[in-house]
Design a protein. Sequence first.
Length: 142
Amino acid sequence: MTESKEILEKLKSAGNRMTQVRRAMVEILCRHKGPISAAELITSLKRRSLTVNKTTVYRELHFLLEKRIVREVDLLEGMKRYEILDESDHHHHMICLKCRSIQCIEMGHDLDEIESQILKNHDFKVLSHTLEFVGLCGRCRD
Ligand SMILES: [Zn+2]
Ligand SMILES: [Zn+2]
Ligand SMILES: [Zn+2]
């Protein structure tokens, strides 16, 4: 798990303005398990007595994306989700159809072999891939 303190320190020393909302968003993103939506972010911010509108949250998300602190996750829900970007980590998501919970699953170099086959057989250089697991979590199967 990435430490929010580390990220905040990095941003600050790079000369970025550190607002309360910006700090809170980094903390929430670090603490949240799995990717979080803008709406969920707004709810969490409100719980911390921070009043924000959608525009502010999207502006902050844009900032964090630009700084490569978060990445966008599209789980084909018609909206994007966001999670802390860790360059050294490669993972996918397990989405429960019933409770809509989303968990990250570490997958290392999962498709490296297939991607080199694609390059060899189809002369196509894969730069990234999307792969999500949709099903039922343990609690929902009981
Ligand atoms: Zn479930
Ligand atoms: Zn994730
Ligand atoms: Zn993968």
